[in-house]
Design a binder for this molecule. Structure first.
Ligand SMILES: Cc1ncc(COP(=O)(O)O)c(C=O)c1O
Length: 399
C-alpha cells in the first residue's frame, strides 16, 4: 500500500489560535444554518448591533468613493483620521493625545492582534482576566507567548481583583489585557481599581492593554480609561473602534493609541500585514468622529432601555442567575441551577426554542456554566426571546 500523503508541517503558532475558544461560534453558526433552512430563530449571539450605520456616514463614504479616494493610504492611517481620533480621544480621556500616537487598523480585532505581536513573544506571559472576549485566547498567543488566566469572581460582579492579578504576575509577564465595559460580562471597572492595576503594571514594568470598544455604550457611570492617568502613558495602549458605537461593524475600522515608539513598531508591522486601510472608509470615520456624536448617544440610550427591559424579564425566571451589565450589549446568565453547563443549555435552547446564545466556555473555563445573551434586537423580539427562555427553563426544571 502506498504511504498516505501528508502536507508539510504548519507553524507551531497555529496551535495558539486553534484552542478551545475557536469553537466559540459553533452554536451561532448552527443557528444561521437553521435560519437559512427556514426555522424561526432569534439571534442573540454575535455582537453586531441591529442598527444601520447613520446615513450621514454612508453619504460621506459615497462622496469619497466618487472622488477617487480609492488608492493606498499612508500605512499608519490618513492624517485627517489620525487627527480626528486624537482630538476625540483627547476630549474623552481628558488628556493631550497626539496624532503620532494613533495607528489605524481594519478593526479593533486586528489592532489587538498587531499589538500583541509587537509586545509578547515566545517565553513571555500575557495575563487575561476571565471572563474574556472569545478571541483573546488566540490574540494572547499570537506571537508565541503563553496565556495566563485570572478568574474574576461572579459573586463580585466580575470586578477587578488586584491581589489575585498581582499573584499571577511573574518575571515573564509582559502584558495584562483589560476590557471595560467587558465582553461578555458588561462589567465596568471603577476608577480606583483601574488606577491600582495601572500602578501594578508600572511597578512591574508590564504593558497594560485596554480594549475599549464598548466605552461609548455605558449606562450607569462614566467610563474611565487608564490613559487618563498622567503617569501611565509610557506603558498603556488603548484599543478602540467604531464598530459598536457607530454601528459600523462591517466597515472594519479601529485604532491603537500607544507611545510613539510602539506606534512606529505597529506601523512597520502594518506595512507587512496590511499596507494600509481603504481611504473612503477612513474619510467616513473621520466624518463620524467629528459630526455624529448624537447618534452614538441615541444608540447608547436604546441599549440601556433594552438592558433594563431584558434583564428585568430574565431576572423573573426561576433557575437563572442574571449578571446585570453596566455597559455593552450582553448579559451573562448562570444556568448551573438547571443541572447543565452553558454549552448544553445553548444547544438545547436553540433546538427546542430557536434562541441563539453563546456558551460560557467561549469566555474562559470559569464561566462554562454560563451563557452570554445579547440584547441585539428590538424590544418586541427580546420579549419573545425572554418568553421562549422562560418556557425552556420551566420545562427543564420539571423534567
Ligand atoms: C471586547 C471586544 N474587543 C474587540 C472586538 C473586535 O471589534 P472590531 O469589530 O472593532 O474588530 C470585539 C467584537 O465583538 C469585542 O467584543
Amino acid at each position: 500500500m502506498k504511504n498516505a500523503r501528508t502536507s508539510p508541517p504548519f507553524s507551531g503558532l497555529t496551535e495558539g489560535y486553534s484552542g478551545p475558544r475557536s469553537k466559540a461560534w459553533d452554536v451561532t453558526d448552527r443557528a444561521t444554518r437553521m435560519d437559512n433552512d427556514g426555522a424561526d430563530i432569534i439571534h442573540l449571539g454575535v455582537g453586531d448591533p441591529d442598527f444601520d450605520t447613520p446615513a450621514g456616514i454612508v453619504d460621506r463614504a459615497v462622496t469619497s468613493l466618487k472622488s477617487a479616494r480609492t488608492h493606498y493610504s499612508p500605512i499608519s492611517g490618513e492624517p485627517e483620521l489620525r487627527n480626528a481620533v486624537a482630538e476625540a480621544c483627547s476630549y474623552q480621556y481628558g488628556t493631550d493625545i497626539k496624532a503620532a500616537q494613533v495607528c489605524i487598523f481594519p478593526g479593533a480585532q486586528c489592532a489587538l492582534f498587531a499589538t500583541m505581536l509587537c509586545l509578547a513573544g515566545p517565553g513571555d506571559e500575557v495575563i487575561l482576566l476571565e471572563p474574556f472576549y472569545a478571541t483573546y485566547e488566540g490574540v494572547a498567543q499570537a506571537g508565541g507567548a503563553t496565556m495566563v488566566t485570572v478568574a474574576l469572581s461572579a459573586d463580585d460582579d466580575f470586578s477587578l481583583n488586584i491581589d489575585r492579578i498581582a499573584d499571577a504576575v511573574t518575571d515573564k509577564t509582559r502584558v495584562i489585557l483589560m476590557n471595560s465595559p467587558g465582553n461578555p460580562s458588561g462589567t465596568v471597572f471603577d476608577q480606583k481599581s483601574i488606577e491600582s492595576l495601572a500602578q501594578l503594571c508600572r511597578d512591574k514594568n508590564i504593558w497594560l492593554v485596554s480594549d475599549e470598544v464598548y466605552s461609548q455604550l455605558i449606562f450607569d457611570v462614566e467610563h474611565y480609561s487608564p490613559l487618563s492617568i498622567p503617569q501611565a502613558r509610557d506603558n498603556v495602549i488603548v484599543i478602540c473602534s467604531v464598530s459598536k458605537s457607530f454601528a459600523m461593524t462591517g466597515w472594519r475600522l479601529g485604532w491603537t493609541i500607544a507611545p510613539p515608539e510602539l506606534t512606529s513598531h505597529l506601523s512597520n508591522l502594518s506595512q507587512c500585514l496590511l499596507f494600509g486601510v481603504s481611504q473612503f472608509t477612513q474619510d467616513a470615520v473621520a466624518y463620524a468622529l467629528r459630526n455624529e456624536h448624537q447618534q452614538v448617544a441615541t444608540f447608547c440610550n436604546i441599549f440601556k432601555q433594552r438592558r433594563d427591559m431584558f434583564c428585568d424579564a430574565l431576572e423573573n425566571i426561576d433557575g437563572l442567575i442574571v449578571h446585570r451589565p453596566g455597559g455593552g450589549m450582553f448579559t451573562m446568565v448562570d444556568v448551573s441551577a438547571l443541572g447543565c453547563d452553558g454549552e448544553k443549555f445553548a444547544n438545547e435552547l436553540l433546538d427546542d426554542c430557536g434562541v441563539a446564545v453563546v456558551p460560557g466556555f467561549a469566555f474562559g473555563d470559569s464561566v462554562r456554566n454560563c451563557v452570554r445573551i445579547g440584547y441585539l434586537c428590538d424590544e418586541k423580539q427580546l420579549m419573545d426571546a425572554a418568553n421562549r427562555i422562560k418556557k425552556f427553563v420551566a420545562h427543564r426544571i420539571t423534567e
